[in-house]
Design a protein around this ligand. Structure first.
Ligand code: ADP
Length: 463
């Protein structure tokens, strides 16, 4: 069932139930109260009649006649009878209305008398009430008043009750129509934006990732849903773009070394190039570059797929940093560069040891790539408040100011032709940044073109 239909039906159902309950309760309460009022009024009237007839009886005694009391009977539509204390009737009176005669006969079996009423509603039970006629506080005769149980329901009372019932039915109808209109309006307000969101989601499902929903709504939850769908579309679109860019970047990255390899091997096969050690070493370097690229790609895809694993252990990072530096010193020295360090002792940290090696390897091999003659790299490790700080500083080429904001991006390289030579993939720093951040840390760069570069890493020591 559609939301529209469901909402409208529930709304109407709730309105009908509410109207039924309200009209039932108020109808019943007003009616009861009204009946009590009318019966009270009737009893007061009976009491007045009794007082009048009592007076009359005191004046006339047993010679009282039907004519004396018939006025009361006619006026009030009741039967009146006076009996002495021996239960013998002295006189009686009723309202003579022929069309009621038969019915009265049946009802007044015991009396064999008739009474009439100008009541419309004569379906109530016939009742008698006895009142004492009193002289000097002593009963001298009995006044009997016969009436219909519903005699208090005069025509106007019935009209009043009827009007009341009608007004409930009428207001029920009006409220139902109004409720129907409001519910249609309300459910449209809810379903229209939902339909628009569904349309957007369907467009996205069919591959149109630049579809966005602009559902016109002021409902908080629907606004949030709409925002979420738009965010999802944006993320998917970005990922799709990245995926496409990666695919072309990767094929480009692999094609260049492969072309070089191919042309060199062809040259050797054609006898143009001698398969000497130097020549084969060039091929070897290309293969190394490709191996590094494949490794970097594997890391990048692990990060991309959220499969980056971090296995933390508690260890002495001071010791570990020294080990890494000892490993790199001969490589630096071979190129005529120097690698200095200033390491604060006994710093404990909980992090992934292999990832630390990867971070340092990336930074040190980067700095070595961009050193000139008399190149110098200095590594610093110290503890600061809740962080440990690693600094890798070089006096190499430095990075141009316009490149600085981009160097942590994937595949970003400042000088592609030179990087080709130095074996850069443009992935190293992006991997480094992700690894540092996976440890809750941060990496910053300061660089002056032609002077040197400083990378600073902060890692929370409490992790
Ligand atoms: P690559 O594998 O090409 O070095 P990176 O992501 O590691 O890729 O670095 C991105 C770019 O940042 C490099 O192309 C290089 O131009 C620049 N860069 C990185 N480290 C240094 C450094 N120490 N000195 C100068 N430039 C650097």
């Amino acid at each position: 069932m559609s939301l529209n239909k469901k909402l409208t039906l529930s709304f109407i159902f709730a309105i009908l139930v509410a109207i039924l309950i309200i009209s039932f309760i108020s109808n019943k309460m007003i009616n009861d109260r009204f009946d009590t009022y009318l019966i009270d009024e009737r009893n007061k009237k009976f009491e007045t009649i009794r007082e009048d007839i009592n007076e009359l009886f005191l004046q006339k005694g047993s010679s009282i006649t039907s004519d004396d009391i018939s006025n009361y009977a006619k006026m009030e539509g009741i039967y009146i009878e006076i009996k002495d204390l021996n239960d013998t009737m002295i006189c009686n009176a009723n309202n003579n209305m022929p069309h009621h005669r038969k019915m009265m006969n049946n009802m007044m079996k015991g009396h064999g008398k008739m009474m009439n009423s100008y009541l419309k509603n004569t379906s109530g039970a016939y009742r008698k009430k006895a009142f004492p006629l009193i002289q000097d506080e002593k009963q001298i005769a009995t006044l009997i008043i016969g009436y219909f149980d519903n005699a208090h329901l005069t025509e106007s009372a019935l009209i009043f009750k009827n009007t009341l019932a009608k007004s409930f039915i009428l207001s029920g109808m009006i409220t139902t129509v109004l409720g129907l209109l409001i519910s249609i309006f309300l459910s449209k307000g809810l379903t229209n934006p939902l339909i628009s969101i569904t349309e957007t989601a369907n467009l996205m499902r069919n591959g149109n990732l630049n579809a966005r929903t602009n559902a016109p709504t002021s409902t908080k939850e629907i606004m949030e849903l709409s925002d979420s769908i738009n965010y999802l579309a944006e993320t998917l679109e970005k990922q799709e773009l990245l995926r496409k860019r990666y695919a072309s970047d990767i094929s480009h990255e692999l094609r260049t070394p492969l072309t070089t390899l191919k042309s060199h091997v062809e040259a050797i096969m054609d006898g143009v190039w001698e398969p000497s050690y130097e020549h084969l070493n060039i091929l070897m370097e290309e293969i190394d570059n490709m191996t590094k690229l494949v490794d970097d790609l594997r890391n990048t895809f692990q990060i991309f797929e959220g499969k980056l694993s971090i296995n933390k252990t508690l260890f002495d990072i001071s010791e570990e940093m020294k080990n890494i530096i000892f490993l790199f010193t001969p490589i630096f020295e071979k190129e005529g560069f120097s690698l200095e360090y200033s390491i604060e002792d006994n710093i404990q940290i909980s992090m992934d040891k292999d990832r630390l090696k990867q971070i340092m390897y990336n930074l040190l091999s980067n700095s070595m790539k961009y050193l000139y003659e008399d190149g110098k790299v200095k590594v610093k490790l110290c503890k600061e408040d809740k962080h440990i700080k690693i600094i890798v500083e070089d006096n190499g080429s430095g990075i141009k100011e316009e490149d600085i904001p981009h160097i942590f991006e994937r595949f970003y390289r400042t000088d592609v032709s030179r990087d080709r030579k130095t074996g850069g993939t443009g992935l190293g720093l992006s991997i480094t940044k992700t690894l540092v951040e996976a440890h809750g840390g941060s990496i910053h760069v300061e660089s002056k073109f032609g002077i040197g570069t400083i990378f600073t890493i902060l890692i929370p020591s409490s992790m």
